[in-house]
Design a protein around this ligand. Sequence first.
Ligand code: ADP
Ligand code: ADP
Ligand code: ZN
Length: 214
Amino acid sequence: MRLILLGPPGAGKGTQAKLLVNRFAIPQVSTGDMLRAAVKAGTRLGQEAKRYMDQGALVPDAVIIGLVRERLRQPDCAGGYILDGFPRTVAQAEALEKTLAALHASLDHVVSLEVPTEDLVLRIAGRRTCKNCGAMYHVRFSPSQTDGRCDACGGPTYQRDDDHEETVRRRLGVYAEQTTPLISFYEARGLLRRVPGTGEIAEISQRISAALGA
Ligand code: ADP
Ligand code: ADP
Ligand code: ZN
């Protein structure tokens, strides 16, 4: 199965993608995670990307498209994948169609996670991520058992550099402007599945499964 998780920052794409990885045994392809790994490794791509990420702006399409094209050709993507945080612009969505066509593949579903803006700001402000394994927590809504420690691996949890209020507001603006056109883009292709993204994490996961017909 090839699917896209579409939704604003804080909608729960990463959280839900990790549950889908377990259910369908296909990898999560998160451009945000790939970029943060490049920043951490100090590669040239990482250094360039960081400038945009710190400002809450999108990394240029050409950089992202190259990154994803290479990733989707890896053997672990042969049986499908969950795209999380990509595509984010119409140009990226069009590039994805070309890449898929070249691989004689097509998308099965685009899940649009719908969450009110007030909730997004609260979610992002309290988001914590494990430095080792990437597990996701929220200081109020989904805390780890020991403050600052990951339940899964014991690693330290941290707040992302770009998860501060001013940058968050900018990212929400960028989403509204550059990413929301993808909703009608995929609706026109009959791929869009709208899923309410508020409520318990497990409940949302069940809604997604229902929307996928699984
Ligand atoms: P969130 O989960 O909050 O939506 P991500 O981890 O997906 O955030 O992305 C963090 C940052 O990485 C974005 O603000 C942007 O700068 C960059 N980024 C991630 N994916 C893309 C993409 N597909 N196109 C352009 N920039 C991206
Ligand atoms: P995205 O990848 O879309 O930016 P995340 O999956 O990182 O979103 O979730 C953002 C924050 O919200 C995290 O701290 C996560 O623990 C929390 N979160 C995820 N789903 C829910 C939910 N259903 N209710 C409350 N908080 C949630
Ligand atoms: Zn961990």
